[in-house]
Write a protein that binds this ligand. Structure first.
Ligand SMILES: Cc1cc2nc3c(=O)[nH]c(=O)nc-3n(C[C@H](O)[C@H](O)[C@H](O)COP(=O)(O)OP(=O)(O)OC[C@H]3O[C@@H](n4cnc5c(N)ncnc54)[C@H](O)[C@@H]3O)c2cc1C
Length: 477
């Protein structure tokens, strides 16, 4: 029987493990932490009974993928829950903008600039199933849906600030800047629209759902299904060298390229080792989890019903903050992403105490304390919030890296989204998953299609591994 070891139990490691196990491979997953899941863990970090997501909270790109269609995680207890408002962007003075599943409702709320919003996101969301099939795989491939991809591609090439201005109002521009900032890139740089266009369109096609009972439900469901296929996960084992993997026919590395180079050592072809060592990491995150009595009193009404909230003010203010962070300087008013998961999943509250999961974009490896800057950004749009906070816990960039070696310097998306790394990650190669060591594959978010708890990097890497091993019955399209 063919055997495999998967290093790391993030969503990509578990997706790779499942894909191999379902094809009849005997699989063991080795995880450094005491708990499975990587970026898909949940826990009670502030107040008893208040459930937080440690990392990922919202899953627009996990709802409908080749992986989700191949494996029935719903049967293992995974249920998506949607907030009424997918994401919102409060502005000074009580105004703001918000995104509902329905494009027309969103456009209507944007007033006169709504027509420009509808022109961009309406046609894209109608074709999004085809577009998603194309970009949830290595960008360098022969497209099956070239026409659907063309419109998406044109919008994605633009700097986010250009596309924001084309949306014709300060509210619409700020709304787009907020979603584009998920890329951790200066908003004036080429291709900086790509992730914003994808996530913004996904909000209309799939919504931005949370996993009922916490994001950990995703990894739990994968682990259960893996066990049904005979696979097992061992926690508390950090892999540091090839000797720990020597018994396996197939090795999948849910690690950074740098860690892969350390583990594989001399076996790695020198040109691959050089490319892995040159792989660039992006800015960091500084996290604050809050327990808030009665929820956050946002002045902008639709923001109260939103799952995700983008805090940073106008497009110009967000662009300045993101540019500073990219240059390694901590801005006074950083861009903050804030999750109100319990708007979609009220069971995470304890009585009327709401879990809030926020993080600021900070320079890579930032060693200061961004707690006050995050609280100030919340207070700016929700005066009085501090009096409602009954519990808090913070994670610095250093702690984030200590908890998960894949987040170098607090880089929670495992690699800078530079144009080069958006197109060729982790290196320029026809097969981005191949390490050059026979039977050994990289499958983390450092490979296509990149960050997110969708498992597609692991699934696609495992399918290549199966094909190369000549194992028939490969799962999925
Ligand atoms: C604060 C935060 C918020 C986020 N928000 C979202 C969101 O809302 N939506 C979304 O889709 N994504 C979000 N993400 C990103 C998402 O969580 C990651 O992109 C995703 O988890 C990547 O999956 P992965 O399997 O590649 O790696 P990870 O989930 O990072 O898992 C890697 C695993 O490998 C283990 N490992 C590493 N090296 C070794 C070794 N040598 N030996 C053994 N084990 C090892 C690690 O301990 C870890 O468990 C967020 C991340 C963070 C941190």
């Amino acid at each position: 029987m063919t055997t495999a070891v998967v290093v790391g139990s993030g969503p990509n490691g578990l997706a790779a493990a499942l894909t191999l196990a379902a094809a009849g491979v005997e699989v063991e997953v080795l995880e450094a932490a005491d708990e499975i899941g990587g970026g898909t863990r949940s826990g009670h970090y502030t107040v008893d009974g208040v459930l937080h997501d440690e990392c990922s909270g919202f899953h627009p790109l996990a709802v409908d993928t080749a992986f989700s269609r191949a494996f029935d995680l719903a049967a293992e207890g995974l249920a998506w829950r949607w907030p009424e408002v997918q994401y919102a962007h409060p502005l000074d003075g009580g105004s703001g903008a918000a995104v509902w599943r329905d494009v027309d409702r969103t456009a209507q709320a944007l007033g006169e600039s709504g027509a420009a919003y509808r022109r961009l996101f309406g046609p894209l969301s109608d074709r999004f199933d085809k577009i998603a099939t194309e970009f949830l795989q290595p960008i360098v491939h022969v497209p099956r849906h070239p026409i659907a991809l063309a419109g998406f591609g044109v919008a994605s090439l633009l700097p986010a600030t250009w596309l924001g201005r084309m949306l014709r109002s300060p509210e619409s521009a700020a709304l787009f800047a907020g979603v584009a900032a998920h890329a951790f890139r200066p908003l004036g740089s080429p291709l900086s629209s790509a992730i914003g266009v994808a996530l913004g369109t996904a909000a209309h096609r799939y919504g931005w759902p949370v996993a009922e009972g916490g994001t950990a439900a995703i990894s739990r469901a994968m682990e259960q299904l893996l066990a049904e296929h005979g696979g097992k996960v061992t926690t508390g084992v950090r892999v540091t060298g090839r000797d720990q993997l020597a018994h396996a026919d197939i090795v999948m590395l849910d690690t950074t390229p740098g860690a892969a180079a350390d583990i594989l050592g001399d076996a790695l072809p020198p040109r691959v080792a050089r490319a892995y060592r040159r792989y660039r990491y992006g800015p960091g995150a500084f996290q604050v989890a809050l327990a808030v009595e009665g929820g956050i009193p946002w002045t902008h009404e639709p923001t109260r019903a939103a799952g995700t909230v983008h805090l940073g003010g106008s497009m110009a203010q967000i662009a300045t903050a993101e540019r500073e962070v990219w240059r390694g300087r901590m801005p006074e008013r950083p861009f903050v992403l804030l999750g109100q998961q319990s708007q979609a999943d009220p069971g995470r509250r304890a009585g009327d105490v709401h879990p809030i999961d926020a993080y600021a974009h900070v320079p890579s490896g930032y060693d200061g304390d961004a707690t006050e800057a995050i609280l100030a950004q919340i207070e700016r749009f929700a005066p009085g919030v501090r009096e409602r906070v009954v519990g808090m816990s913070v994670r610095s960039t250093e702690q984030i890296t200590r908890d998960n070696a894949n987040y170098v310097g607090g880089d929670i998306v495992t690699g800078a989204n530079t144009p080069r790394q958006l197109i060729f990650r982790p290196r320029v190669a026809l097969d981005p998953y191949a390490t050059g060591v026979p039977g050994t594959w990289l499958c983390s978010a450092a490979t296509p299609p990149g960050a997110g708890a969708h498992g597609m990097c692991g699934h696609l890497a495992a399918r290549r591994a199966l094909r190369r091993a000549g194992i028939a019955g490969t799962i999925g399209p």
